[in-house]
Structures are given as structure tokens and as C-alpha cells.
Write a protein that binds this ligand. Structure first.
Ligand code: ZN
Length: 367
């Protein structure tokens, strides 16, 4: 059987053509708008949404915004904050848009919101969402800012954000010998001071006697790495005409205890508080610290060896540990003679940046 060809009458053709034109015209603008948005890097569905909100023209005039792209499909999207969204960066984190809206409600500036979104924990975000903190950006910009210390920073604030953060991290907002930590682990950059001690059974590895040529006492011990470095320094100094000798080096817990007791009995509490560290909190117990003397002068500070040590000891891994200018940080009165082995790399860094070990520890090791 022959199939009947479908034949349309002319009026029908005209009507169909008109409908087709209407369809094409109605679809042309949305399609072209959406395509323009997708070629502007927005996702297909975000582009449709942007078009529906009548924002195509404005959005195409601005740079691509990942906050808008990801946020426009979010139930928390708030068109009133569109200008701010366009200025913000997107961060992959819980409730990004919801929290961002709340931060905008609190009138945080966009740069500060970026800083917050990029750096704080979800826990700390809750603190910031409670009320506007006018200087939070100043704190967050400090590299070694620690959320857990935030309340202490506020209580201690000394007018300088970086120093406030640093000093609180060091522990300076607390009385000496309060909230101390004690370790039995040895490391060449270990920090022993009035906040950080060693346990009674702390053991120094490889205690080695410093050669007689470089020591004013028999049986002056340091850990072998430090002893070798000291001898190397001693010989190098000798070659240049300086005579540096180890005077007092490793002390065990009991010796430090006896020393402390001896001065306590002799001069009392205020003296030992100032001049003798409590057992467990002396660097001499680490096998890394020693007092040096000059073979040429009784007062080390006045000797040419002192000057040589200040200028050169870092090359051998030693730092001048208790400087006059750092007394407020170390809590130890200036001692010209006390040096500490930390290794060449750390010593050089501290020498070049004029840092004491507490600062180095807070800025580099425990940040
Ligand atoms: Zn000393």
C-alpha cells in the first residue's frame, strides 16, 4: 500500500513558521545570555540562575567570582550581599556562605572575611560570629597566632599585636614556674627555661668530656655533638690568638638541686629567684650549655674572647643565651659567659635575626 504523504495546507505552514520564529526569538536571548556566562567561567546551572535574576549584564561586566558561582545555587544566597560576594574569595569549608553572611551582618570588612575564612577553625569561627571583633585581622595576620591563646592575647595586650602573640606564646603572661611543662626528650634545639623543664630522669645522650686544652676544669661534659663543636671553636679561636675555655658545663639534676639549695641557704629566696634556676629548669642539665671563661681575663665581659664569641660562636652552632636586651624574655639576668649549643643552622638564624631561643622556639619550632 502506498503511503499517503502528509500535506500541509498553506495557512498551516504560515502558522507553523510564525510559531517557530516566536520560539527562536524567545529562546535566543536566554540561550545567548547563558552561553556568555558559561564562557565567562560560570557553571551552566549558575548561569541560568544568574540569568533568571536578571543579572547577566552586570555580572558579565565584572571578573568571574567563585563565591557567586558556587553560592548562587546555595539556599543561603542573599542577593543583598551580591557586591560583597563579588569581592570575596571562596573557601571550601563548612557553612561557607551562611557564615560569610553572618560575618557581613556583623559588618566585617571583605578583606577580613577572607582572612577569617582562609585561616580559622570551625570552633574559632563560632567565637567570631558572636560579636564583631574590631582588631581580629591584626591578630590573624600574625603568623604564629594560636586560637587557643586568643583570650590570653587580649588579656596581655601590650600595644603591639606581633609581640603580644609572640610573648604570650612564649608564656610571658604567666608567672615564672607556673603552668610548666617537663620533658624527658632531648633535642639540640630544646628549650629549657622557667616555663619548660626536664624531668628528673631526663638523660643526655653521649656525654663527652671536653678536651683539657679547651677546658678550665676536669670532667667538663657536654653531649658529644656540642663537645666536638666547642672544641672546634676553641681551636679556631686559638689560631686567631684567643683562649676560650669551658668553665662549667653539664650538671645533672642532683647537682642543680644542691646548687640551688646551697644558694638558697646562703642568700635566701629572692637571690635564688633571680640568679639560680630551679632544679629541672637549668639549661646546664641539657648537656648543651656551658659557661666559658677567658684564659686572659678574669672578667669575661671585658675580655677580647667575649667579643670574639659574640661575633663568631654562631658559626660553630653556639648562641649567646642571656643577653641584656632579652632579659624581659629569658627571665635570666644578663650573663656574658653562658653559651648554648643549638647547631649551626639555628644559631645562624638567631644571630642574623637577633632572636633569643625563646623567640626562635615560638617563631620557628612551636608555631
Ligand atoms: Zn650558665
Amino acid at each position: 500500500m502506498e503511503k499517503k504523504r502528509l500535506r500541509l495546507r498553506t495557512p498551516f505552514r504560515i502558522i507553523l513558521s510564525i510559531i517557530a520564529i516566536i520560539v527562536i526569538v524567545t529562546l535566543y536571548f536566554p540561550i545567548s545570555g547563558v552561553l556568555k556566562l558559561t564562557s565567562h567561567d560560570y557553571s551552566f546551572f549558575s548561569s541560568i540562575e544568574i540569568y533568571k535574576l536578571g543579572l547577566t549584564k552586570d555580572i558579565l561586566k565584572t571578573e568571574y567570582s567563585d563565591v557567586l558561582d558556587k553560592g548562587i545555587l546555595d539556599e543561603d544566597f542573599n542577593i543583598d550581599y551580591l557586591d560583597s560576594y563579588m569581592m570575596l574569595n571562596y573557601y571550601e569549608r563548612d557553612d561557607f556562605l551562611k557564615n560569610t553572611n553572618s560575618l557581613l551582618d556583623l559588618k566585617y570588612k571583605e578583606e577580613t572575611i577572607d582572612l577569617i575564612n582562609s585561616s580559622v577553625s570551625n570552633e574559632f569561627m563560632k567565637v567570631l560570629l558572636k560579636e564583631y571583633v574590631f582588631d581580629i585581622d591584626k591578630y590573624l595576620e600574625v603568623e604564629y597566632f594560636k586560637e587557643e591563646n586568643y583570650e590570653r592575647y587580649k588579656a596581655y595586650f601590650n600595644g603591639n599585636y606581633e609581640k603580644t602573640v609572640l610573648y604570650v606564646n612564649i608564656g610571658l603572661d604567666k608567672e615564672y614556674y607556673t603552668d610548666t611543662t617537663e620533658t624527658d626528650k632531648f633535642s639540640i634545639t630544646m628549650l629549657v627555661n622557667k616555663y619548660h623543664g626536664v624531668t628528673e630522669d631526663f638523660a643526655v645522650p653521649d656525654l663527652t668530656a671536653i678536651s683539657d686544652e679547651c677546658s678550665a676544669q676536669k670532667d667538663a661534659y657536654l653531649t658529644s655533638e656540642a663537645a666536638k663543636a666547642f672544641e672546634k671553636m676553641c681551636y679556631a679561636a686559638k689560631n686567631e690568638g684567643y683562649q676560650i675555655l669551658a668553665n662549667s658545663s653539664y650538671r645533672d639534676y642532683q647537682t642543680q638541686k644542691d646548687t640551688w639549695q646551697f644558694y638558697y641557704d646562703l642568700y635566701g629566696k629572692s637571690y635564688v629567684d633571680k640568679y639560680v634556676t630551679m632544679p629541672g629548669y637549668s639549661e646546664h642539665q641539657t648537656g648543651l650549655a656551658l659557661d666559658v671563661k677567658s684564659a686572659n681575663s678574669n672578667i669575661f665581659k671585658n675580655s677580647k674572647e667575649y667579643t670574639w664569641m659574640i661575633d663568631n660562636s654562631y658559626k660553630y652552632g653556639f648562641i649567646h643565651r642571656y643577653k641584656e636586651e632579652k632579659v624581659n624574655i629569658t627571665g635570666i639576668a644578663s650573663e656574658a659567659w653562658h653559651f648554648r649549643y643549638v647547631g649551626v643552622e639555628a644559631a645562624t638564624y638567631m644571630y642574623e635575626n637577633n632572636l633569643c631561643l625563646e623567640e626562635y622556639y615560638a617563631m620557628v619550632i612551636d608555631k
